[in-house]
Design a protein around this ligand. Structure first.
Ligand code: UDP
Ligand code: MG
Length: 313
């Protein structure tokens, strides 16, 4: 199969028929063999019924319905597991991404050898202040932290080599950072293509302003896990030791000065409180590192590695 389209959706009943018809048109013009995997993320409208009707007309349409709303990442993850195509393309269901981009996105994978190509909504049709500006800032930070040169990490329209989607797990709210997950898994050829972005035609956006807070916290998580996830002691242990030593040196100094200069109570000195606090913080950091180390030792995936090829085995 040439292409699997993975489309997570939440309450998009009006958009689905139009989107499906458009995709079918593009696929037929290019003679691709394909499947459209709709992942209904717990819609409360008629979306699932619409998907079933679409399947009756075209057996390339397939669907997965969640029992409840789990989030876009969960939708992508399940879609990725089910996908059979050599190239997997994700897009949003709200008609903001154009199916006309599909042939070029596929070509970049099959001919130019990219592992992952991300869309770049260079001209966006969203609210300037609540979305476009924060998103610029957010992308700049993500670029810095991950060292992946993308302008638009969170674009829903992306294409993947099948190998990539079968190697990664999208969980939590990590759909914003799939390129980072791919890079961790060892897929380094990550490209970008300017794509047409369109205003939302039906319904409303499913992410509110909390997207920025959550997005930022997830960015920190991903950065931290990427760097220290497998060796928490290298972070906590280092800073724990530094704090502890600072506190200890202060404490020794206080005791010595007390002996030299009788009478002046240690507890009246600012240094006493600084030193006690530093020692406590140091021990807590150290303990956090130690517990982190124990947790990562007993994690189920502690020894699972992605093996590219073998010879003689
Ligand atoms: N979506 C989803 N589960 C959710 C929220 C959103 O599957 O919990 C889908 C939504 O239906 C759409 C895509 O994710 O297909 C992108 O959502 P939306 O268009 O609301 O985001 P925006 O374009 O505002 O960033
Ligand atoms: Mg949208």
């Amino acid at each position: 199969m040439d292409i699997s389209l993975v489309i997570p959706l939440l309450n998009e009943e009006e958009s689905l028929p139009e989107l499906t018809a458009w995709i079918e048109k593009v696929m037929e013009e290019n003679h691709y063999t394909y499947e459209i995997i709709y992942v209904d993320d717990g819609s409360t409208d008629e979306s699932w019924k619409v998907i079933e009707q679409l399947r009756q007309k075209n057996s390339n349409v397939k669907g997965i319905k969640f029992q409840r709303n789990y989030g876009k990442s969960a939708g992508l993850n399940e879609g990725f597991r089910a996908a059979q195509g050599d190239v997997v393309i994700t897009m949003d269901a709200d008609l903001q991404d154009s199916p006309d981009e599909i042939p070029e996105l596929r070509r970049l994978i099959t001919e130019d050898g990219f592992d992952l190509v991300s869309g770049w909504k260079k001209k966006r049709y969203d609210n300037k202040f609540t979305k476009n500006l924060p998103s610029k800032l957010f992308n700049a930070v993500a670029r810095q932290m991950s060292k992946i040169k993308l302008h638009d990490f969170n674009c829903g329209l992306k294409s993947y080599n099948k190998k990539v989607v079968k190697s990664i797990e999208v969980y939590g709210e990590m759909h914003r950072y799939v390129p980072v997950l791919a890079k961790w898994a060892g897929f380094r050829k990550i490209g970008e293509k300017v794509v047409e972005h369109r205003p939302r035609k039906y319904g409303i956006s499913k992410f509110g302003w909390t997207r920025f807070i959550n997005g930022f916290l997830d960015l920190l998580t991903i950065f931290f896990i990427g760097k220290f996830g497998k060796r928490p002691m290298h972070f906590f242990g280092l800073w724990g030791t530094v704090f502890f030593l600072i506190g200890l040196i202060f404490a020794v100094y206080l005791v010595v000065s007390k002996i030299v200069d009788f009478g002046y109570p240690i507890t009246n000195r600012v240094g006493f409180y600084l030193s006690s606090t530093a020692i406590i913080i140091g021990m807590q950091l150290f303990l956090a590192g130690f517990i982190g180390e124990l947790v990562s030792r007993s994690a189920a995936g502690r020894n699972s590695y992605l093996i590219e090829t073998k010879t003689g085995l």
